[in-house]
Design a binder for this molecule. Structure first.
Ligand code: ADP
Ligand code: MG
Length: 345
């Protein structure tokens, strides 16, 4: 008798997470939100505790041929800080697990922790524990972060309302183009090890890839203005994919405008040089760690003058899924990866 075997690729990452989440049975009243948002939400009495965990695997999430270990330590922490920010929360503590092969020296691990400490200092987070083990090959990192949020200020992916304005911080597509530059220089180096990498002039986008920051600054500013987003997510998989999460969980469509999507000049020019559509980069490039959130229209005044918050569209119950209005006034359905033209609209 042959047992049924389904390939993971048939489900994909999100399908697999959905499948796991269906097997979960919540037993504690203090578990306010389990699987399905940027962090789990736990009732601690006066406030909510936020918990999020992330893994970074060598060869999947980073390549040490161009990622300095110190930067890797920094990035490992900010990836988690970003998930707490995405709940409108303030990060407090992290634990760091590492699995290391004998390829790594004590000095390399020192450098990794220099990066971890630098991020902890910048984001006022305490490193409070972890686990250290050997790995057969490669470096595995896993970070768990704890944060807090006032109960009235929490922002889930699911809270967006019809006609709420969609906002995004910073600019998009830079981390992806930075990666293209680093990959290109790696290939040049592999063919000719005498060549030095040419990164001059690409500083901003390379930095977006190697040393991204989390937008806790925006969380503090929102708190100062008293504005609570109706929904929020951090952009780790790309604007299109992350907007899709907000739409799906809020049960709404969305309409965004191509000419409102913030793209930095260097990202734009580099994309053109690489014959990539800059808007595709901005929609599908991951690892930005910017915040995507929605606000009620009546709160527009509180953000509209902010130099680093961009209003890119609105939630729309008339659309079932997110769509983008192009500069030519065409309506394009956004997909998690790329997009297709509407044929009958
Ligand atoms: P993010 O990109 O913000 O880190 P993910 O897409 O990784 O979020 O995860 C989405 C949700 O699924 C989160 O609530 C996360 O905790 C949960 N999740 C992911 N993998 C697993 C798993 N193996 N078991 C249980 N929950 C998981
Ligand atoms: Mg996230």
């Amino acid at each position: 008798m042959s047992e049924k075997r389904t390939e993971i690729s048939q489900l994909g990452e999100f399908g697999l997470i959905d499948r796991i989440s269906k097997t979960v049975d919540i037993k504690n009243a203090s578990t306010i939100k389990g699987i399905g948002d940027d962090a789990a939400v736990i009732d601690m009495g006066e406030k909510y505790l936020l918990v999020s965990t992330d893994q970074l695997i060598e060869g999947i999430h980073f390549d040490l041929s161009y990622m300095p270990v110190k930067h890797l330590g920094y990035k490992s922490v900010i990836v988690s800080v970003s998930d707490i920010a995405a709940m409108n929360g303030i990060p407090r503590q992290v634990t760091v697990n590492i699995a290391i092969s004998n390829r790594f020296s004590v000095e390399a691990i020192d450098a990794f922790y220099e990066g971890v400490h630098a991020a902890c200092k910048n984001y006022k987070v305490d490193l409070v524990g972890g686990d250290t083990t050997a790995s057969p090959s490669g470096l595995f990192i896993s970070i768990t972060i704890l944060g807090v949020v006032d109960k009235k200020k929490i922002a889930y992916r699911s809270g967006a309302g019809d006609k709420d304005i969609i906002c995004v911080t910073g600019d998009l597509g830079g981390a992806y183009m930075g990666l293209q530059i680093l990959e290109r220089e790696k290939q040049v180096f592999l063919t000719n090890p005498e060549m030095q990498p040419k990164l001059e002039g690409f500083d901003y986008i390379v930095q977006r890839q190697l040393k991204p920051e989390a937008r806790t600054d925006i969380i503090y500013e929102l708190q100062d203005t008293g504005l609570v987003p109706t929904s929020m997510i951090d952009i780790s998989d790309g604007l299109a994919s992350d907007l899709m999460h907000i739409c799906k969980q809020s049960g709404l469509g969305a309409r965004i405008f191509e000419d409102k999507i913030p793209i930095d000049q260097l990202t734009y020019e580099t994309a053109i040089k690489f014959k990539i559509n800059p808007v595709t980069c901005a929609l599908n490039g991951g690892e930005e760690y910017e915040l995507l959130f929605t606000i009620k229209q009546k709160n527009l005044k509180k953000v509209e003058m902010h130099p680093d918050i961009h209003m890119i569209g609105y939630m729309d119950k008339k659309e079932k899924k997110p769509v983008m209005v192009t500069k030519q006034d065409q309506i394009i359905r956004l997909k998690a990866q790329g997009w297709d033209h509407f044929t009958n609209k």
